[in-house]
Design a protein around this ligand. Sequence first.
Ligand SMILES: [Zn+2]
Length: 435
Amino acid sequence: MKGSTVSAQAILALYLVVFLLALGWEAVLEVLNIRHVRKNAGTVPRAFASTVDAGTYARSVSYTLARAKLGLIAGACSAAALLAVVLTGLLGIMDSFVRSLPVHPYLQGIVFIAGTSLLFGLIGLPFSLYSTFSLEARFGFNRTTPLLFLVDALKSLGISAVIGVPVLLGLFWFMDRAGTFWWAWAFGAMSVLQLLMNVLSPLLIAPLFNRFTPLPEGLLKERIVALARKLGFRTSGIFVVDSSRRSRHTNAYFTGLGRAKRIVLFDTLVKVSTEEEIVSVLAHEMGHEKRHHVTKGIAVSLLLSLAGFWILSLLLHWVPLYQAFGFGQPGYHALLVLLAFCSGPFTLFLQPLFAMWSRRHEYEADRFAARGVGSAAGLKSALLRLSRDNLSNLTPHPMYSFFHYSHPTLAERIAALDRLETTLHPPLQGKPFSL
Ligand SMILES: [Zn+2]
């Protein structure tokens, strides 16, 4: 017994060290970024001198700094809450309570997980409220009303319950009854469910929050259809989403899988962009599909989740792990909550690798789009417009963008597109009338 107590302490110490290192590193990056943005705040960076006016640049600096500061405070508070929960033994107290409920152990597990999620959801709520109704509103982005915020939150809770409860019941059953290889079975079932959700969520869940209307007939639609045909891209439809109900931010995305794939344009984007810009953005998105970035992404996430399930199977009966976090005994729900607590800090080192991989794909999709459309000009002006309209940070600290950015910085992307444009439309060699 004494041996297991010692290793429980060692596990807790290891967790705290990794957790604090990860937290400290994130804070260092955030502070570096804030200082870098402040240092460059005086004048518009040279790369954007002709495309971004001083007023917009100043607003983008204030917006970046306001969000970074909120992120730092929110991060510190949720870290403090997490440490309090771990160090006070609250998890063990909650666990004993749910185990005393006169219901099936699987249902006890669901009450435990729902309780923990609700607790952390409530801790994050003030920051979410402040972000939406103060910060976003101050910069003219927010259009969400308090009623819409409440309705959205209730809908999200309902959907989490409808999907989460059966998923958890299934997981508990696999852990309990499926034998030594439960992790492989559970992985198989979860993968099928994940693929199914990819197909069903644009059809069943997204419409609960937004209205999707088919893009009206006209020149824009004709150009998009022609582009899709030229690039060999299948889609089940082009839709405009009423994103302006919540925010003035602009974007476009693809959703669904295979032939059920839909193109979705924010109404805010359609309103302000030229046809050439929209077509270029979509060509970029089609590039992700045609270069198999989506398939590769799914393959890697499946591999990671297989590894995750296998690790869970190794830890399932390891008593000191549960003792380290205050649990009296092992439990399926306890293991899932510990996974949620540990996965972030313990996989932080993977973040820059994934970011790097994703940035390579973005360059590839940009090249695909420029070649497909025959010019980089549309994409370039679309990227500049998106960045201006969303007040994106034009001067991130290189270490910060290296670690966090899934997309190259705007300056890097524009430079790559400029280089590409010279190969698509080489400048005339020599001067015809030189003296
Ligand atoms: Zn992309």
